[in-house]
Design a binder for this molecule. Structure first.
Ligand code: PEP
Ligand code: MN
Length: 265
């Protein structure tokens, strides 16, 4: 069991320091699954910033199930994220899949994402633990809470105290209606077991845009410190995860709806 007060993870961004934690407002992270081109990433960044997001998410290196699916634009996408950062002042969150890309990613990212599929890639965890950017650690596809906590320990033990957990849905019984099952109970369980901040990603949890808002609200009600929402200017044309992506307008509407909860965004 955790002892002591909640820790905050303080992330410097061009727009100022952003505080993640139990005693701070909900931090909104939004953006497309993949960075597709300059126009779409800049437009998305401007729109999510206007709605209240503090971070832009966007994949450069994508962990796709099929090797024939779009793999992300890699290093050139990092440059586009940097352009969006300069244009808006938003912090950047993007995923690292390979230790070979870590230096290039940390030159652009304000928070480094370890994706669900790499939650137990221990050599990657050691490497992100040995650098000083905060790490967003997504829950593995079928990871227990203890396995997830131990993966965070790898990062902490390597010297990096700035870890944020992200619940993104787990596999239970096969269900054609949702992509995964959002484990809302992970929020109060983690609150009891760790002092570190808790983010929820209802986009990858549900896989369907119409279910994102209800589960985002449920996550806030259960005590989440932050939300990660996929937003695309034209979801029907997205190169990845279009069906679960909100439009900028629907993201703006969601932010207004969740602002009525006690822990204001
Ligand atoms: C993502 O955030 O785009 C992603 C691939 O998420 P996850 O690792 O949770 O599947
Ligand atoms: Mn995605």
């Amino acid at each position: 069991f955790r002892y002591g007060e909640a820790s905050e993870v303080i992330v410097p961004t061009p727009n100022g320091d952003v505080y993640f934690g139990e005693n701070h407002p909900v931090v909104l992270v939004a953006g497309p699954c993949s960075v597709e081109n300059e126009a779409m990433i800049i437009e998305t960044a401007r729109r999510v910033k206007a709605a209240g997001a503090k971070f832009l998410r966007g994949g450069a290196f994508k962990p796709r199930t099929s090797p024939y699916a779009f793999q992300g634009h890699g290093e050139s996408a990092l440059q586009l994220l940097d352009a969006a950062r300069k244009a808006t002042g938003l912090g950047i969150i993007t995923e690292v899949m390979d230790t070979a890309d870590l230096a290039a990613i940390s030159s652009v990212a304000d928070i480094i994402q370890v994706g669900a599929r790499n939650m137990q890639n221990f050599s990657l965890l050691k490497k992100v633990g040995a650098q000083n950017k905060p790490v967003l650690l997504k829950r593995g596809l079928s990871a227990t809470i203890d396995e997830w906590l131990m993966s965070a320990e790898y990062i902490l033990a390597a010297g990096n105290p700035n870890v944020i957990f992200c619940e993104r849905g787990i596999r239970t019984c096969d269900d054609k209606y949702t992509r995964n099952v959002l484990d809302l109970s992970a929020i109060p369980v983690l609150r009891q077991l760790t002092h570190l901040p808790i983010m929820v990603d209802p986009s990858h949890a549900t896989g369907k845009s119409e279910y994102v808002a209800p589960m985002a609200k449920a996550a806030i009600a259960a005590g989440a410190d932050s939300l990660m929402i996929e937003v695309h200017p034209n979801p029907a044309k997205a190169l990845s995860d279009g069906p679960q992506s909100l439009t900028p307008d629907s993201f703006d509407k969601l932010v207004k709806e969740i602002s009525v909860f006690g822990k204001a965004v």
